[in-house]
Design a protein around this ligand. Sequence first.
Ligand SMILES: NC(=O)c1ccc[n+]([C@@H]2O[C@H](COP(=O)([O-])OP(=O)(O)OC[C@H]3O[C@@H](n4cnc5c(N)ncnc54)[C@H](OP(=O)(O)O)[C@@H]3O)[C@@H](O)[C@H]2O)c1
Length: 366
Amino acid sequence: MTDVWILGGTGRSARAITAELQNRGIRPVLVGRDAARLAAAANGLPTLVARSVGETADAIRRDRPAVVVNTIGPFTTTAAPLLDACLPSSDYLDLANDLAAVSATLRRGDDFAAAGRTAVTGAGFGVTATESVVVKLCQGRPVPRRVRVDMVPSMAVEAGVVGDALAGTIVEGLPGVEGGGRFQGRRYRNGRLVAGKLAGEPIRLVLPDGSAVVTASMPLGELMAAQRASGAADVVSASSEAPSSPVARAILPAATALLTIGAVRALARRRLAKVRFKAAPPPRDHSWGHAVVDWADGTTREGWLRVGEAQAWTGTVPAEVVRRLLDGEGKPGAHTPAALFGPALAESCGGEYLIVGDDVAARPRS
Ligand SMILES: NC(=O)c1ccc[n+]([C@@H]2O[C@H](COP(=O)([O-])OP(=O)(O)OC[C@H]3O[C@@H](n4cnc5c(N)ncnc54)[C@H](OP(=O)(O)O)[C@@H]3O)[C@@H](O)[C@H]2O)c1
């Protein structure tokens, strides 16, 4: 089979991925729970109704599509049954960027390798943009000692509600991630995942366009991707979306302590899912992935990846990865995108590298 299935076919990410697949001459099948909404989204593309993740898994086993694109969050819940269904016949891709889901999918690498199939996780903006810079900076060099990655998305916001998938990802914390508690941060120290502060290690980062943002540590999928891409023993991942103000950082420990209570978590998830937000334009022209890599001999390299609006890029990267998988360029196992296809993947999706010392002047970090 050469079919590409997009699960969650009525959603925002699915729309962006579908458009980019069609730009590459690929007609996907949109899979979703509601026939009428699917038909409205499909615009003439084939559709398949599956009313739950379980039904979707059964359909994958029955029809054996070539590639399954999973846009149904939270991926900590949906990825495992869909990964199972993909074996032994289908390649798999998802948009996870939470550490729990990315690490769980990467742990399935041996199963996918044994079946000769490829699973790609983290195929959205954050993981791909930051890990691409790390791969670029580390190419042809020895294993570095320390890496910090920062993701700075610029996103247009569609009016709507937060929704259960995102609420679940935020509220459920890091179930099953080694090195610390469910509601603690993470970093790598001495090659191991250990507990870290949520929204810790803040820095003011001056972007190559001259504007400034504050980034602070977040235990996202980019943490594991950066460690695997570099081999560094000491790794931190940070985001401009982290609540980095002193007040927010003071409140965070108490708030996360409350979330350890299951009933509070369920209530918070229901409440958060219903929170409405207004439409807003992207805050800046570009989204940025950033990395600083330190080697034991005192060498430091810093680089950026400049891309456009982050959600649009989260349509482009999966589509380009799917095209490559269909063309037989995948490698059996489970991977993040730039670990699989190298730093050129981001460039083929319209990204541009700026390497400090090569292309741009060093910017102050404080
Ligand atoms: N890594 C990144 O950079 C990145 C970027 C964007 C999004 N994401 C993640 O990707 C996911 C999708 O985001 P989105 O903005 O596309 O969300 P969205 O617009 O809300 O779309 C979600 C889709 O999933 C479907 N769905 C939800 N729960 C389902 C279930 N239990 N069974 C079957 N289908 C279900 C929905 O179907 P119905 O129409 O039937 O409700 C909808 O089609 C989220 O988890 C988000 O956090 C990651």
